[in-house]
Design a protein around this ligand. Structure first.
Ligand code: ADP
Length: 447
């Protein structure tokens, strides 16, 4: 069953229950109230007619006829026909004997004194000549009175049916209004499933459904962005793979044809291209392992100074070749931190390798470590070209290259890996950079 139908049915059932209860309650109350009114009114008449009769006749015989004539007793029934309904009043004479029957009291019954005290005495000239007893039976209604009660019941039925109809229409309207944004969302998810990520859902309300539409739109935007980034990354990777493969392919073909001879220099070029490919594939593997949560750290107690020394040793020769001063600034007594040595070497190695790329001759790259309560700060400070403010917020994104024209062994994944591995250690990374002055990458690791 559709949500609209369910909501409409719920509205209808709730309204019907409320209307039905109200109608039954009003019907019963009206009927009870009306009966009570009739009982009181008839009792007054009964007493009055009986008193009048006694006053004019001086005795009781024949009073039942007069009461019957006044409609206060049912007409006499022929012998053999069903007895009339029990009457609401009985008349008892001064000898406590029933002279007009009613309810359980039959003609001739002797009534207890206690019962008589509950009745209404008929007092003529200061003398109690009889008592009217109420039997509790419902008074017989006249045709007009029955008509009145019937018309009340009819009105209640019409009001109930009208209420139900209005409830149905309102329910339908409300259900459609409530489910309209959901239908829009469903339509949007259908078009999303077909690959259209550009259609936002209109946000029409501030309620939960409005929030849902907002989050849906946010999700679509994020999805479109990440789709775009994925496409860009795939294109970049394809491009990065193609370059070394083209070089290798060209060399191999020429070597096979005998056009080129395998000199050590040519083999070194080919070796470098293979290394580049290995590097790229390894970077991609690291990122995809980190993404899927499968990258586990081999933590061990590591002295930050040892870590910086290892990284510095790895890049020292490269730095010297480029005429860059690579130095370490770290106190001896930093103690040890639980880190994955190889992964942290990779993190700092990526930062140093970037710094080497963007720092000119005679520049300086400084590897620093310092205790930051309660953790450790590792930083790489260079005096290179710096990063322009417009690209600064994006440099940790995958495949983001500040300079898209650049080629060489940059995969655009270096800083993305740095961030992933830092976060895997429970740490964070940030960068400060001034164009023409240099860049300062800071990693904060928990203690
Ligand atoms: P790439 O492989 O392109 O170096 P990275 O993720 O390592 O990819 O870096 C992303 C971009 O950040 C680089 O293309 C470059 O524009 C910028 N960048 C990173 N480190 C530095 C630095 N030390 N100095 C200047 N720019 C940098």
């Amino acid at each position: 069953m559709k949500l609209t139908a369910k909501l409409t049915l719920t509205f209808l059932l709730v309204s019907l229950a409320a209307i039905g209860l109200a109608a039954v309650f009003v019907g019963i109350t009206t009927s009870i109230g009306f009966n009570q009114y009739l009982v009181d009114q008839r009792l007054e008449q009964f007493v009055s007619v009986a008193s009048e009769y006694y006053r004019s006749h001086g005795n009781w015989p024949g009073v039942d006829n007069v009461l019957r004539t006044n409609g206060l007793l049912p007409p006499l029934v022929a012998p053999g026909s069903p007895p009339p309904d029990p009457q609401p009043y009985a008349l008892v004479d001064q000898n406590r004997q029933v002279i007009v029957p009613g309810g359980p009291f039959q003609v001739g019954d002797k009534i207890q004194k206690g019962t008589l005290t509950k009745g209404i005495d008929i007092n003529i000239n200061g003398l109690v000549v009889g008592t009217v007893l109420q039997t509790g039976a419902a008074p017989v209604r006249s045709t007009i009175e029955n008509k009145y009660i019937n018309s009340v019941n009819q009105s209640l039925l019409v009001a109930g049916l009208g209420g139900a109809l209005i409830a149905l229409l309102l329910g339908l309207f409300m259900a459609r209004t409530l489910t309209q944004p959901l239908r829009a969302l469903t339509a949007a998810t259908h078009s999303m499933a077909q690959g259209q990520l550009s259609q936002p859902v209109p946000v029409q309300s501030n309620d939960e459904i409005g929030e849902l539409a907002q989050s849906f739109n946010q999700m679509v935007t994020d999805l479109a962005e990440s789709n775009q980034a994925r496409r860009q990354m795939t294109a970049d990777i394809a491009h990065d793979l193609r370059n070394p493969l083209t070089v290798l392919g060209g060399y191999l073909e020429s070597l096979q044809d005998g056009k080129l001879s395998p000199t050590p220099a040519r083999l070194a070029v080919m070796q470098a291209e293979v290394q580049l490919l290995q590097h790229l594939v390894e970077d991609l593997r690291t990122l995809s392992l980190a993404d899927s949560g499968e990258l586990t750290l081999q933590r061990q107690p590591v002295s930050p100074l040892d870590l910086l020394t290892r990284v510095s040793d790895t890049y020292q020769q490269q730095a010297e070749e480029k005429g860059i001063h690579l130095l370490i600034e770290a106190p001896q007594d930093l103690g040890e931190f639980s880190l994955d040595l190889a992964r942290m070497e990779q993190v700092l190695g990526n930062l140093v390798s970037n710094a080497l790329r963007y720092t000119p001759q005679n520049g300086q790259i400084c590897l620093q470590a310092a205790r930051k309560t309660p953790g450790l700060e590792l930083s790489v400070h260079d005096t290179g070209s710096g990063i322009t403010p417009d690209i600064l917020p994006h440099i940790f994104e995958r495949s983001y290259r500040g300079d898209s024209s650049r080629s060489g062994n940059e995969s655009g994944l270096g800083l993305a890996i740095v961030r992933s591995l830092t976060e895997l250690h429970g740490g964070s990374i940030r960068v400060e950079s001034q164009l023409g002055q240099g860049s300062h990458f800071m990693i904060i690791l928990p203690g």
